[in-house]
Design a protein around this ligand. Structure first.
Ligand code: FAD
Ligand code: SF4
Length: 512
């Protein structure tokens, strides 16, 4: 008699998958907590580990309740071999399994591992799609062909057309593809802020277990309480909350930052999405329904802004990942080798923007896009941090960090280490941008207006140092040549003092 074992990875918690459409006594599902996944990287944020395990346990429970056969291997189970291959081999033997199946992993590392494992298997095996994304792994590669850089906007327009979203015939609804120009304002207090929807999950027992097992981690978890959605039900609640309360102002304040409000109008849906508790199609559907129901309070600019993140950026990053791995993980266009300052790990810096964004990340395992890109990533790029270390930091700290979406955003969008596959120019900015988009500078030890001298904001001198030291690689980039014309117009003494200031800061980053 045939007996099938189906592996479900921690980011494959999709109850809507066709695997579960019928119950079958000869099919058994397995989920496992393994040290292998804790040790491939320096350390994960404690909330990331707890959220993955808790969500996996909930998922297994739901499957069992629905009548499926499920094996759940806990991290501290006596027979746990702490490695996918070893555990699967053991189960195949113990349960006389005749066929093994898994869903396509989203990480290159696991994809290679499972392919190699299956190629050695003596039993029949098969692989299924995750049925989550709107595109196939190779769609982006096929769409851009041999082009050197990939333009997200053209892919996004193709997706709008293909899916028939916000279209009027062949063109965009209301004649515009992109409302970025109307969006992205500093928070001006014109609409009240809403509190984020935080769930309450007691994870004390899980935390005790990971401590007992000696799992390495960093970051904080307040009183053993986890605020992330850990089931599909909660993920859908978060989505409804977003559509009703936050979507009306999402785009307008998408890039704004406030020191006393962590998320403004962002959805905080990334964890629920990345572990596949909800699908991008469901999210787009909910957003469009909310808009159709309430066009007086939700403008097209908000809806377009959000949908672009889901059908544009998210699918695009995944496609770039599969088109460019494994070489992508080695890219270092500027040959940056510096270490991150030690306060990236504890948040103890006098630079208020970085102090707030890093501490927020340590407290919540989450920061919004502009905090990740224009404060934390911007600084790492300006100081010439090694992209390997920057990747380790981002992959560890964020609740939503899975390599396919972390590395493309970090190495690509934020560090320009891919030399321009994802972005046409590096995302760097001086204090003027941070001051324009936030209230951080008002409360800072440093002076955002000064380039050099006492308490001069480090971003300013490092910004000019960045262009000066990377002249060879950047001067001919048409989107940047203006910066070199500005550098040439600098007063000589002013330039010298600015570059000297940068050297002084670079020599002792830990003290900033
Ligand atoms: P919202 O602002 O509400 O956006 C809605 C959704 O759009 C997100 O949930 C996400 O699924 C999608 N989205 C938005 N921007 C992007 C993007 N650039 N790439 C892919 N999807 C996007 N996102 C991750 O999911 N995992 C990561 O590890 C990750 N690392 C990042 C590292 C850096 C350096 C930067 C600059 C960005 C990173 N992002 C990452 C993208 C983005 O910052 C997060 O998706 C977002 O902050 C999650 O919060 P949210 O759900 O409230 O997003
Ligand atoms: Fe950040 Fe500089 Fe502003 Fe301080 S002055 S908050 S370091 S940008």
């Amino acid at each position: 008699m045939s007996k099938t074992l189906r592996l479900i990875l921690g980011d494959q918690l999709n109850t809507q998958h066709s695997w579960f459409s019928k119950k079958d006594d000869d099919t058994c599902y397995v989920l496992m907590e393994v040290m292998q996944e804790q040790e491939y990287l320096l350390h994960h944020h404690v909330q990331k580990i707890l959220a993955f395990f808790a969500a996996m346990r909930n998922f297994a429970h739901q499957l069992k309740q629905a009548g499926h056969k499920v094996i759940y291997i806990k991290l501290d189970d006596k027979d746990n071999q702490q490695h996918f291959d070893k555990n699967i081999n053991l189960l195949i033997k113990e349960h006389q399994i005749t066929r093994f199946e898994y869903q396509l992993p989203d990480e290159y590392r696991l994809d290679e591992q499972l392919k190699a494992f299956c190629n050695k298997l003596k039993i029949d095996w098969g692989v299924a799609d995750t049925e989550h994304f709107l595109t196939a792994r190779n769609d982006i590669r096929d769409f851009f062909g041999n082009r050197k850089s990939y333009l997200m906007e053209s892919f996004y327009r193709h997706m709008r057309n293909k899916l028939g979203i916000l279209m009027d015939g062949d063109g965009p609804l209301n004649g515009k593809w992109n409302f970025d120009h109307d969006n992205r304002k500093r928070y001006d207090g014109k609409v009240p802020l809403k509190q984020p929807l935080i769930f309450s999950h007691d994870v004390t027992e899980l935390k005790t277990m990971i401590d007992k097992m000696g799992v390495r981690y960093f970051g904080r978890v307040e009183a053993g309480n986890l605020g992330w959605p850990l089931s599909r039900k909660e993920a859908l609640e978060l989505l409804t909350y977003f559509c009703e309360e936050l979507l009306p102002n999402f785009g307008t304040y998408e890039d704004a930052m406030l020191q006393d409000h962590i998320s403004l109008f962002h959805s905080r849906m990334s964890f629920a999405q990345n572990v596949k508790m909800v699908s991008p199609a469901e999210i787009v559907d909910a957003v469009l329904k909310a808009w159709n129901k309430n066009k007086t309070t939700i403008s097209l600019a908000q809806v377009e802004g959000y949908i672009r993140q889901i059908i544009g950026w998210r699918e695009f990053m995944r496609g770039v990942y599969w088109a460019k791995m494994p070489e992508y993980a080695e890219k270092n266009f500027f040959n940056h080798k510096n270490q991150l300052p030690k306060w990236y790990w504890d948040g103890e810096t006098k630079m208020n923007c970085l102090n707030k964004c890093i501490n927020q990340s340590l407290d919540n395992a989450w920061a919004h896009h502009i905090q990740r890109l224009m404060v934390i990533g911007n600084f790492a790029l300006l100081i010439g941090a090694d992209p390997d270390e920057v990747d380790q930091w981002y992959l560890g700290i964020y609740i939503d960090a899975i390599q396919w979406v972390e590395i493309t955003n970090t190495r690509g969008m934020s560090q320009f280490a891919d030399g321009g596959i994802i972005g046409s120019k590096p995302y760097v900015a001086s204090a003027a941008y941070i001051n324009k988009m936030s209230d951080y500078c008002k409360h800072c030890h440093y002076d955002y207006k000064k380039k050099h001298g006492e308490k001069a904001c480090p971003y300013n001198s490092l910004y000019w140092n960045f262009f000066d030291r990377n002249r060879k690689q950047l001067e001919n980039n048409p989107r940047i040549s203006m910066m070199y014309r500005m550098l040439e117009k600098f007063n000589k003494q002013e330039l010298e003092a600015t570059l000297k200031q940068a050297e002084q800061y670079l020599a002792d980053l830990d003290k900033l």
